[in-house]
Write a protein that binds this ligand. Structure first.
Ligand SMILES: C[S@@+](CC[C@H](N)C(=O)[O-])C[C@H]1O[C@@H](n2cnc3c(N)ncnc32)[C@H](O)[C@@H]1O
Length: 385
């Protein structure tokens, strides 16, 4: 019946179902509102239909007999049930169950479905300290907590709209950046005076934070294939007063690395990835990703790693990062890289991030379930020759 229904009617019913089942809103008010909506948006008959279906739903819910899928049968059937219960694609559920086990996969999906929290980074280049930012947030009555891991960061659960309205972002005084991304910059460990190549830089979250940590001395060379995103980076660098230490290079990293003599002792490759670590902030992403994308991304990540490695001078370090929690984009890519490039070795990240974020292999990993942050990964790879 639902399959053959006209899309607008189906959409109105979806809203009604969500409000009644998930948001637990007063059921009869929900019925009335959606009946009115169907009458205005479609026709009176559609209103009657919405009335009948939603009232039936209210009764079923009151009798505790909602037909929820049961966790039974083989692994495929269980994945299908979990996919419906926690609103994720079946292939993701199967993948996470394989890597994390069912219990942790469920916790991850619950995290992805929860309200996201955001972090703000005080922009030192504009002379703003975290204490200044905290004072601003207090005056805006925005509840916040200072980051336990990064000196410039503050966590905000609600009230981000007030920050936007007050113009703090527009004036470049702070930026929205997850701590998990900030910690990737800690893995890079930018020091004043250094020249750093950022291979996939746009829209610039990490470039700009690295630039602010240079304290006006040194350079971040920001490469990206996407001209529009690179333009945003350039404008934001100006806004945040770090444009003196950022230069932008519009190029495909693979051809750039073949043709450029540029070398650096620090090269960051924040690779294009599935983004499976940031699903709590990107509600649409889970439905736009396909299993086939993963293979393509892995090939691209390998090619970009090979290209980035040629820019690293002897004794220098290549930092490979993603905002994915998928081992095939993270540990497996590093492992395959080290087989192709025995001239690199792993430099454990213990000196750069709190031990809680360091994996057995010496990589940085931020785990949404464990750390209540976005998922992210980074490895330090030192060129020995
Ligand atoms: C994960 S995003 C980088 C995010 C950025 N580091 C930040 O912190 O805001 C990956 C970037 O890689 C760029 N990219 C993809 N393929 C590329 C290539 N072949 N050469 C250079 N950049 C590429 C994309 O345009 C995208 O901006």
């Amino acid at each position: 019946m639902f399959r053959s229904m006209e899309p607008l009617l189906l959409q109105i019913l979806r809203i009604g179902f969500y409000e009644i089942v998930k948001l637990n809103m007063p059921p009869y008010a929900v019925v009335d509102e959606n009946v009115k909506l169907a009458k205005v948006a479609l026709r009176p008959g559609a209103g009657n239909m919405v009335n009948g279906i939603l009232r039936k739903l209210v009764l079923v819910k009151e009798n505790n007999s909602l037909p929820l899928p049961k966790l039974e049968g083989d692994s495929r059937a269980q994945a299908r049930a979990l996919a419906t219960l926690y609103s994720h694609p079946v292939w993701m559920v199967r993948r996470w169950t394989k890597y994390l086990g069912q219990e942790e996969a469920i916790q991850l999906m619950m995290w992805n479905n929860s309200d996201p929290s955001f972090s703000l980074r005080a922009n030192a280049a504009k002379g703003i300290t975290r204490d200044d930012l905290v004072m601003q947030l207090n005056s805006l009555k925005v509840p916040h907590e200072v980051s336990l891991h990064l000196d410039d960061f503050v966590r905000v659960k609600i009230g981000l709209q007030n920050v936007i309205r007050a113009g703090l972002l527009k004036e470049g005084l702070c930026s929205v950046q997850d701590e998990s991304a900030g910690l990737v910059v800690s893995v890079v460990d930018p020091q004043p005076g250094e020249d750093i190549i950022d291979c996939c830089a746009a829209p610039g979250g990490k470039t700009l934070y690295m630039a602010s940590r240079l304290r006006g001395k040194g350079k971040v060379h920001a490469i990206d294939i996407n001209k529009g995103r690179l333009r945003i980076l350039k404008e934001t660098a100006k806004l945040q007063k770090v444009d003196g230490v950022v230069d932008t290079i519009h190029a495909d990293l693979r051809t750039f690395a073949e043709n450029s003599p540029m070398k650096s002792s620090k090269v960051l490759l924040d690779a294009p990835c599935s983004g499976l670590g940031v699903l709590s902030k990107r509600a649409d992403l889970r439905w736009n990703r396909r299993l086939e994308d993963m293979e393509q991304l892995k090939n691209l990540q390998d090619e970009l790693l090979d290209a980035a490695s040629t820019l690293v001078s002897s004794g220098g370090v290549l930092i490979y990062g993603t905002c994915s929690i998928d081992p095939e984009e993270n540990e497996d890519r590093v492992e395959a890289f080290l087989v192709r490039h025995p001239e690199f070795r792993i430099d454990p990240v213990n000196r750069y991030v709190p031990s809680d974020f360091v994996t057995k292999q010496g990589f940085y990993f931020s785990d949404p379930v464990k750390h209540s942050l976005d998922g992210a990964f980074a490895a330090r790879l030192v060129r020995t020759l």
